[in-house]
Ligand binder design. Structure first.
Ligand SMILES: C[S@@+](CC[C@H](N)C(=O)[O-])C[C@H]1O[C@@H](n2cnc3c(N)ncnc32)[C@H](O)[C@@H]1O
Length: 237
């Protein structure tokens, strides 16, 4: 967790300890995490049989594993700035027998260059860590530039207008849901501080405007769990 006002360092935050706990914690944090992957697969079901898929901020590989099982001929590129999350992803991919189908880039998505143009990409719970309008826009532009025209993009992120009535109500309901998983008070306090200090919340309308500027068609919102939202869009032709 960062100090208030300090820039969030994803590579430092998602260290070995965090990578080890991640798969258990994320399911307490986001009670519909697995449902999100199931829903993503439905949006992506019309892609070519041998699609090339980019997982931006791939973490421990949840999207790759879920989509890889559902679409057995797809190939994946996992991009993540954290070496510990990438190691966890590699281990899980190998254990699932998918090692031959996944390539890796360890670094920021904004610096990733590829000879492959991707049929589809996902960014799940990543860009809410990127502070600043220009920085968020650069991240979305980088994803857009890696996609084929008409390529699919699934975005899921924490979002909301901090000052709104909805935001406060959703935050409290979310933390109550999280606490009900038996989370200790100290961990709960640390996570509330993590949310307050490290998440660069923007409203849905601002997020959609950023996607438009980055070259995407008008997104369709297909998912919401507390402050988590999910949108499906395509790169403008
Ligand atoms: C909350 S995890 C989400 C992982 C996975 N997508 C999931 O849904 O479980 C965020 C991940 O994004 C990575 N990340 C953050 N900013 C990034 C960037 N600019 N480029 C690549 N990876 C990034 C972090 O290292 C971390 O592994």
């Amino acid at each position: 967790m960062s100090r208030p006002g300090a820039a969030f360092d994803a590579a430092a935050h998602f260290d070995e300890a965090s990578a080890t706990r991640y798969d258990r914690r994320i399911r307490s944090f986001c009670p519909t995490y697995d449902a999100l992957h199931h829903m993503m697969a439905a949006w992506l079901s019309r892609l070519p049989e041998r699609a090339e898929f980019l997982s931006a901020g791939s973490g421990t590989g949840a999207e790759i594993l879920a989509l890889g099982r559902r679409f057995p001929l797809w190939r994946f590129t996992a991009v993540d700035v954290s070496s510990d999350m990438t190691t966890a992803c590699r281990n899980r991919v190998a254990a699932a027998g998918m090692a031959e189908r996944v390539a890796y880039f360890e670094g920021r998505l904004q610096e990733f260059r590829s000879a492959t143009s991707f049929d589809a990409a996902s960014s799940i719970f990543v860009s809410h860590f990127i502070a600043g309008r220009e920085e968020k826009l650069a991240y979305f532009r980088a994803i857009s530039s890696l996609l084929k025209p008409g390529g699919s993009f699934i975005l899921a992120d924490l979002h909301g207008e901090r000052a709104s009535r909805e935001f406060g109500a959703l935050l409290e309901a979310w933390l109550t849901s999280y606490a009900s998983h038996g989370v200790e008070t100290t961990e709960l306090d640390a996570d509330r501080a993590h949310i307050e200090n490290d998440i660069a919340f923007v409203s849905e309308s601002e997020l959609l405007e950023l996607l438009r500027e980055a070259g995407f068609d008008a997104p369709i919102r297909f998912y919401q769990t507390f402050l988590f939202g999910g949108w499906a869009t395509t790169k403008r032709v």
